[in-house]
Write a protein of this length. Structure first.
Length: 81
């Protein structure tokens, strides 16, 4: 289903169509609604380009869970043996 954003709305937002796609993709990724690959497809960007756009907006690419951190700590502790 296509989403239509009027030229007037884009002008009011001072965005090109491509810029709007990137902005929407970044916001949906930040909200957890799109994965990084899906957001990149929406934005028309490869992984590096999408990560760059996220960094420009101070949106973290990776958000570790508590389990991820516990796993990392356990792995690091094992290195000290």
């Amino acid at each position: 289903m296509p989403l239509v954003i009027s030229d007037e709305t884009l002008r009011d937002a001072r965005l090109t169509e491509g810029e709007a796609r990137v902005e929407i993709a970044c916001r949906l990724f930040d909200a957890g609604r799109l994965s990084l690959p899906a957001a990149g497809r929406l934005a028309g960007l490869d992984r590096n380009g999408m990560e760059h756009e996220l960094r420009l907006r101070h949106i973290p690419v990776y958000r570790p869970t508590a389990d991820d951190i516990r796993h990392d700590v356990t792995a690091l502790e094992g290195l000290g043996d």
